[in-house]
Design a binder for this molecule. Structure first.
Ligand code: ZN
Length: 162
């Protein structure tokens, strides 16, 4: 069995768009910072308010930041999952699960497991993003980081696997 842990942090505009994506299978960690698809100025005021809240209170990732073009996301998923012949993907949260389901729908045979309702799965809390420089205030303020989340889930998971 070849498995992969994925975590993403992003915004709902209202559909989920990832801003930060992290993948790990224990041998490598891949970390992407995704550019916004639509400019902030073109968004609905209600959505802008939602974005500001997440920027300032949750993951501290700026909507306008990023390096990788959002059109690259399907290719990134293809590379890490299909090309790498992963058969099981672990993710925590139904929004992230739906995003992956939607993007991987055309490929059969991949088990997508949402750990959200699994007993004793760790909470993904705000922490200092020691391995990540994507967040407002750099590494000085606690926030929710996909890199840290991915590590937390992976470490929990390997303790559970036979
Ligand atoms: Zn981060």
């Amino acid at each position: 069995m070849k498995f992969l842990v994925i975590d993403m942090q992003g915004f709902c505009i209202p559909e989920f768009i990832p801003k930060e994506m992290t993948f790990t299978d224990g041998r490598y960690v891949a970390h992407y910072w995704i550019k916004a698809l639509k400019p902030f100025k073109d968004l609905d005021p209600k959505i802008k308010k939602h974005i500001r809240w997440f920027e300032n209170n949750h993951h501290h990732l700026r909507y306008n930041d990023g390096i990788v073009d959002s059109n690259e996301v399907p290719n990134i998923l293809y590379k890490h999952i299909i090309q790498d012949q992963v058969d099981t993907v672990y993710v925590k949260g139904h929004i992230k699960q739906h995003f992956l389901q939607f993007n991987l729908g055309q490929y059969n045979g991949i088990r997508l497991i949402n750990l959200e309702n699994t007993l004793d799965v760790p909470h993904l809390l705000q922490c200092m993003p020691y391995n990540c420089t994507h967040h407002i205030n750099g590494q000085k303020t606690a926030c929710v980081c996909s890199y840290e989340n991915c590590k937390t889930i992976y470490n929990w998971l390997i303790g559970k696997l036979p």
